[in-house]
Every structure is written in C-alpha cells, then in structure tokens.
Write a protein that binds this ligand. Structure first.
Ligand code: CA
Length: 231
C-alpha cells in the first residue's frame, strides 16, 4: 500500500475538512489536512502529495495564492490541484482567471462526486507522466514514441521501425556502452519481426539519416555503441 496516492487537504471549515478527510481515507488515500494556506504549504512541501484539495476562501493566504506558489515551485512539478469553491459565482471568477488548477468542485458536493473527481484527476496526472516519458529529448533531437516520430532541429527524420527502436534505446541511456548482441536482443525483443541481424547496418543507416547529428551515436571499438554523453 506504500504506493497509494498522497493528498493534502487545505480547508478552514472543520466539518467539511473532516468529512473530506474521512472519505478520502476510506478510499485508501494517504491524507494530511490543514486549516489555512501557510500550514497547507508546509504540509505540501513536507509530503509532496500527488494531489491538493484546496479551498478557495481561506483565512490569510487564499487558495489562489497557495495554488500559484505550488505551481511556481519546481519541486512540486506535476502535483494536481482541485479547487474547492463555496458558490457558483466564485467558480465563475476562478474559471475567468484561468486559475491553472486541474479541476474544481463547488460546495456543497456529494461524497461520491468528490471521489469521482479525485480519481479522474489522478488518472489524468498519471497519463500525463506517461506521455512525457514517451518523449525523449536530447538537445534538438526529439524521439516521440507515441507518434513514432524522430525530429532533429525540427526536421523529420524517417526511420524504419528497427532503427527507431535502436535509436530510442541508445538515447534513453546516454553514455552507456552496449554490445552488438545486447542491442540486437533489444531491437528484436518479443516482436516477431524479421530484422537484419547486423547492428552495424542499422547504425550506419541511422547516422546517414541523422546527417549533422551522425556523431550522436559513437562507435566503441571492440565493444559496440553508445549514445553520446553530453558534458
Ligand atoms: Ca473557506
């Protein structure tokens, strides 16, 4: 259960705070709560939660300010925020401000509604992480696994499926030297595809297609290849 998502609640009304805390814990989330923005930020920085349930109207620092501080903190990148508003005109203001949170709920809300929102936003956050890991970016070389596309300085580099797998594998592990056998195993993987078993042929083709970026793949004599390690 060590991987159950962490949630920090910032809400100044005790009844609502306790009710939210109770229902989130009941769903298996790890939960901490604060009654004001300053204490909320302390908890957020201490526990780096997956999500913050943030009341808009708080004594002292309001929810918008807490949200701004969270989003400008590089240590808190990717933390989801659901804003909690008291009435629909507050919500209108919030939306008008382009508030930058992932979602909002308006009081009074049913328990089931809140839990559904929490789950949806966490799911979206996870998907966002996966999408970003599908993008390998090294200087001006971008390897996009979702589109199966490689660009170098903005220009499309057309690779075969084998060349793509080989380049991505090397680029994900810059500086590490791989033998031809290991690279061959990787590009064949569990795909029942027929590929040329000569790795040198594939590397030559990739280099030719990369043109100015041909040196990105280095030959390590007597061993194999590695993706250039930037100093
Ligand atoms: Ca409030």
């Amino acid at each position: 259960m060590a991987t159950s998502p962490k949630i920090v609640i910032v809400e100044d009304e005790p009844d609502i705070r306790e009710a939210i805390e109770y229902s989130l814990k009941h769903e298996g989330y790890r939960v901490w709560s604060a009654a004001d923005g300053m204490r909320g930020l302390e908890l957020i920085r201490e526990y780096t939660p997956d999500m913050i349930l943030l009341d808009l109207m708080l004594p002292g620092m309001d929810g918008l300010e807490v949200c701004r501080r969270v989003q400008s903190d590089p240590m808190l990148k990717g933390v989801c925020v659901i804003m909690v508003t008291a009435k629909s005109d507050e919500t209108d203001v919030l939306v008008g401000l382009g508030f930058g949170a992932d979602d909002y709920v308006t009081k009074p809300f049913r328990n089931g509604e809140l839990i559904a929102r929490v789950k949806a936003v966490l799911r979206r956050g996870k998907l966002r992480d996966e999408v970003s890991s599908n993008l390998v970016r090294i200087d001006d070389l971008i390897i996009d696994s979702l589109r199966h596309e490689v660009t170098l300085a903005g220009a499309l580099v057309v690779l075969t499926a084998t060349e793509f797998r080989l380049l991505r594998f090397l680029a994900l592990n810059p500086g590490r030297v791989y033998s031809r056998d290991l690279l061959l195993n990787h590009i064949i993987g569990d795909h029942a595809v027929v590929v040329d078993r000569n790795i040198d042929v594939h590397v030559r083709a990739i280099r030719r297609k990369l043109g100015a970026g041909r040196d990105l793949i280095e030959t390590i004599r007597g061993v194999g290849y590695r993706f250039q390690m930037k100093s």
